[in-house]
Design a binder for this molecule. Sequence first.
Ligand code: PEP
Length: 252
Amino acid sequence: MSLRPYIVGNWKMHGTRAMLAEARAIDRAGQRHPKVEVALAPPFTLIHATRKEAEQIGVGAQDCHPADGGAHTGDVSAAMLADAGAGFVIVGHSERRNDHGETNELVRSKAESARKVGLGVILCVGESEAERDAGRAEEVVCAQLEASLPMNQGAVEKLSIAYEPVWAIGTGRVPSLEDIEAMHRAIRERLVATYGEEGAEVRILYGGSVKPDNAAEILNVPEVDGALVGGASLTAESFYGIILAASGENAD
Ligand code: PEP
């Protein structure tokens, strides 16, 4: 795990203003554990309010449009996200790839548009269950990665990769620790091949059914620099269990 583990909550399409109380409590947890970098990606509608309410944690978005602006009804540009208070954006989540048919090429252009306006990027990759069963997990993930990585100026700064096996998201199932390590090492190799030495500094997060009771063992796997957390980030209580595991401290 990197010196300062990065723990990011993805609220997906959950949350109205009533959930800002959870964001405030997560922010307090982040303040108590400064050795952990904590961040939340609420829905677009809560980004500005979450940024105002939370003093310490990072606040980001779950997607952006690749264009700077224009006739794209219902879409939000990276510059708009930055203006709303976002500091990063998640791109290429499997729910976007599957629900919206997002290609690697589109994901790359989203990541590049985010870097152009200074946003951090969390780029998601992951194999399906059929691909893993067929022994193709590494090949599929690395191909996705190589075709989605941003390549514009400053691309590698503030870039994180989230390895999220599709079959582990929201299912309560996780790969073996050996499989997580092997995939993270394969991703690291591709990052270094693409970006040179800077690729060694990119954080690689694991995502897929991370919970308070499995977080410590997953976060201790070599090359795991943090976690992208869906369901267990929706309440401060369960997210706190993961922040605590990342801190390496005992409950206070
Ligand atoms: C996710 O959607 O990014 C995710 C990891 O979800 P969950 O933690 O609920 O599996």
